[in-house]
Ligand binder design. Structure first.
Ligand code: IPE
Ligand code: IPE
Ligand code: MG
Length: 261
C-alpha cells in the first residue's frame, strides 16, 4: 500500500522515550499485521473498575491501531476481538461486548470512509445477535468499494472451527463432483478459510504477555513472526506498534530455508 511520508511523520511527531520513526525501515513495513488484543479485563481490575470498562477503553486502542496501520501503509490489519470460546464468559460481559462491537462499528464508519478502509470479518458472524449482525452487514456494504487497507475483524472466530468448516466444504464439493480428492491441497483448503485471498500475517502481536494462540489463525500463522508485549491492550499505543515493527525488522525469516546473503 502507498505510504504518505508527510502524514506519517506528522502522526509520529514528538520524541517518545526509546522509540521513533527513525528506528523502522519504511521500505520493509510488514504487509499484514495481526493482533490478539488481550488484557482489557486486567487493565480494568487494576484500576478498580468493572471489566466492561476495560473493553470500552480498548476501543480507543483499536481506533489508534487502525489509524497507525493506515499511516504505516499496511495492506491488512487483522484483530482478534471475540473467540468461539469467549461465549463461556458471563452473559453480562458477552452482551456488553456484542453491544460494543455494533456501536463501535457505527461510530467508526466515517473513519473507514475517510481512510478508504475496507472492512471484512473472520468468523461465524451469522450467529451473532441480530443488531450486531445487521450493523456488521452495513459495514461490509458501505466499505465494499474501498480500495485502501483491509481491516479484518475476527468475531466469533475459532481456528479449529474454521478449519473444520473448510474441510466440510471440501467434502461437499468432492461429493457433488465439483472437486477431485486428488486436488485437495493447501490452496484448496486455504481458499475455504475466512481469510481466503488475504496474505498470511507477517507479524502477530499479542498484548498482556500471554504466550499462546488461543485458537487464533492456526493455519495462517505457520511462518508468522510473533511479538508479545506485557502492555495491556487499552494501553497499547502507536509507539508500541512501532516497537513491534522494529522488532519484526530485526528478525531473519527463513521459511525453512537458509539465510541468503
Ligand atoms: C481481551 O481482553 C478482550 C476480549 C477477549 C474480548 P480480556 O477480556 O481477555 O482481558 P483479560 O485477559 O481478562 O485481562
Ligand atoms: C483471546 O483472548 C481472544 C481475544 C483476544 C479475542 P482470551 O483472553 O480469550 O484468551 P485466553 O482465555 O487467555 O487464552
Ligand atoms: Mg484475556
Amino acid at each position: 500500500m502507498l505510504l504518505d511520508i508527510d502524514k506519517l511523520r506528522a502522526y509520529y511527531e514528538g520524541a517518545h522515550d526509546d522509540i521513533s520513526l527513525d528506528d523502522v525501515d519504511l521500505e520493509r513495513i510488514p504487509a499484514h499485521v495481526s493482533i490478539i488484543m488481550d488484557g482489557n479485563g486486567r487493565w480494568a481490575t487494576a484500576r478498580g473498575l468493572d471489566r466492561s470498562q476495560g473493553h470500552v477503553a480498548g476501543v480507543d486502542s483499536l481506533r489508534e491501531a487502525v489509524t497507525t496501520s493506515v499511516r504505516l501503509g499496511l495492506d491488512v490489519l487483522s484483530v482478534y476481538a471475540f473467540s468461539t470460546e469467549n461465549w463461556r464468559r458471563p452473559k453480562r460481559e458477552v452482551d456488553l461486548l456484542m453491544h460494543l462491537f455494533a456501536t463501535t462499528l457505527v461510530n467508526e464508519l466515517p473513519l473507514f470512509h475517510q481512510e478508504n478502509v475496507r472492512l471484512r470479518f473472520l468468523g461465524d458472524i451469522d450467529s451473532l445477535p441480530e443488531r450486531t449482525r445487521r450493523v456488521f452487514q452495513r459495514g461490509l456494504d458501505e466499505t465494499a468499494d474501498h480500495t485502501g487497507m483491509t481491516f479484518a475483524l475476527a468475531v466469533n472466530y475459532g481456528s479449529r472451527a474454521e478449519i473444520a468448516r473448510a474441510a466440510r466444504e471440501i467434502a461437499r464439493d468432492v461429493a457433488r463432483g465439483a472437486l477431485s480428492a486428488d486436488d485437495v491441497d493447501e490452496t484448496a483448503l486455504a481458499g475455504r478459510l475466512y481469510t481466503a485471498d488475504l496474505p498470511d500475517p507477517d507479524l502477530l502481536i499479542r498484548t498482556s504477555g500471554e504466550m499462546r494462540l488461543s485458537n487464533y489463525l492456526l493455519w495462517q500463522l505457520a511462518y508468522t513472526e510473533f511479538y508479545v508485549t506485557p502492555v495491556l491492550w487499552p494501553d497499547f499505543s502507536r509507539w508500541d506498534f512501532l516497537r513491534a515493527v522494529a522488532s519484526f525488522q530485526g528478525r531473519s525469516r527463513r521459511f525453512g530455508g537458509v539465510v541468503s546473503s
